[in-house]
Ligand binder design. Structure first.
Ligand code: PMP
Length: 402
């Protein structure tokens, strides 16, 4: 209840019922301190960064850089120069595809992605593969919703240039053994990008321990503002990568004859960034650290187990995926009921869930489904939310199985 009271939006009513927010994989709600940090920035700190010589600009620049250091420590990167701010996880992946991919992929090479990837970790690779004549190869998943490690081993070869894998599946909640998968990749020259959109803020992430070459995530899925994302990249890789976008702030010198570029991270942050968002993101990290990622993970795991117990006892209801390691995301279907109908009926009870393909059309195809209903937890959810949800599921059953 104390944590819930940190989130003003959780006091509102939807359709006359108290909001029960169970769509956290899409975006989490924001604690007061993050909202206040945004307001405070515009009220007392607003100036463009890295440009002015005036005090206000120096101040906002230093707050921006402090957030970079905080992010570095949060995921245990070696240097803050390995942290690039983007507008989201999607842009972070596109940056690697268009910069690293453009100079390193060639005809006959291969990029591996798993069948459970979000479109954000498929389409950017598909686009650059089309441009460079590289083959995009899917790694199969098992019926339980885990990456098929044997298939992965078989597909890894000297042709593999890059492997892109999600840390946690946004549709199934599977926690992939990314450390083990990265280790396997080390037998080749390929680099690995991990899509951490559903992992950071839910489980401990240490990019050095994982040995990830690139790691991408979004602030808005970890209690931070929208419009801010992070790309972590190993220094030696970022150093050889060309800029992704040209503009102000990413250069050293410009002339019509030749332009030279600033080192990372500035090389990849052309133009005025989301300064307010980045500065408020620091407050989200502080908040997560105060509660403790281990505590958050334990809490979300307990809620997931409880929900599994409830849904497994429901007739006509099937949980999708049965991985050994799972986060706070539960996808399910009900016989003869379209997931959109489940979502709509739950909405009349003030409950927000997600229903659809979850931007994972290839995964849905693999599972022979068109869509699922998905509950996803965050730190402010509690057993009462599950009770309200379970009662609403009974309403769905009353309507569809009278
Ligand atoms: N990857 C995964 C696993 C996701 O869940 C999402 C968001 N649903 C993304 C990438 C894209 O994140 P964003 O829209 O914040 O760029």
């Amino acid at each position: 209840e104390i944590i819930k009271s940190d989130f003003p939006i959780l006091d509102i009513c939807i359709r006359g019922k108290p909001l029960v927010y169970l769509d956290n994989a899409a975006t989490t709600q924001k604690p007061k301190r993050v909202i206040e940090a945004t307001t405070n920035y515009y009220e007392t700190q607003n100036a463009n960064i890295r440009r002015g010589l005036h005090e206000l600009s120096e101040f906002s620049s230093s707050l921006y850089d402090e957030t970079r250091k905080k992010t570095q420590k949060f995921i245990n990167a070696q240097s803050s120069n390995e942290i690039i701010f983007t507008k989201g996880c999607t842009e972070a992946i596109n940056l690697v595809a268009n910069s690293y991919g453009r100079i390193n992929f060639k005809h006959g090479d291969e990029v591996l992605v798993s069948e459970m990837e979000h479109h954000s970790n498929i389409v950017p690779w598909q686009m650059i593969c089309e441009q460079t004549g590289t083959k995009l190869t899917p790694i199969h998943i098992t019926d339980d919703g885990e990456i098929d490690i044997e298939d992965f081993k078989n597909k890894l070869s000297e042709k593999t240039r890059l492997v892109a894998l999600t840390h946690i599946s946004n549709a199934l909640g599977t926690i992939n053994p990314v450390h083990e998968l990265i280790e396997l990749t080390r037998k080749t020259d390929a680099v690995v990008l991990i899509d951490g959109a559903q992992a950071v803020g839910h489980i401990p992430v240490d990019v050095q321990e994982l040995d990830a070459d690139f790691y991408a995530f979004s602030a808005h899925k970890m209690y931070g503002p929208t419009g801010v994302g992070v790309l972590y990249g190993k220094k030696h890789l970022l150093e050889q990568m060309p800029p992704y976008q040209g503009g102000g702030d990413m250069i050293e010198t410009v002339s019509f004859e030749k332009t030279t570029y600033a080192p990372s991270p500035r090389r990849f942050e052309g133009g005025t960034p989301n300064i307010a968002g980045v500065i408020a993101f620091a407050s989200a990290i502080d908040y997560l650290e105060r509660i403790g990622i281990e505590n958050i993970h334990a809490h979300e795991t307990a809620l997931t187990q409880k929900l599994h117990e409830i849904l497994s006892e429901e007739k006509f209801t099937r949980i999708i995926g049965n991985p050994k390691l799972k986060s706070g995301i539960v996808s399910f279907v009900m016989e003869g009921v379209h997931p959109h109908d489940i979502g709509t009926i739950l909405d009349t009870e003030g409950i927000a869930i997600r229903a659809g393909h979850h931007c994972c059309m290839p995964l849905m195809k693999r599972l022979n489904l068109s869509s699922t209903a998905r509950v996803s937890f965050a730190i402010y959810n509690n057993e009462n939310d599950i009770t309200v949800f379970a009662n609403a599921i009974h309403k769905v059953k009353e309507i569809f199985y009278p």
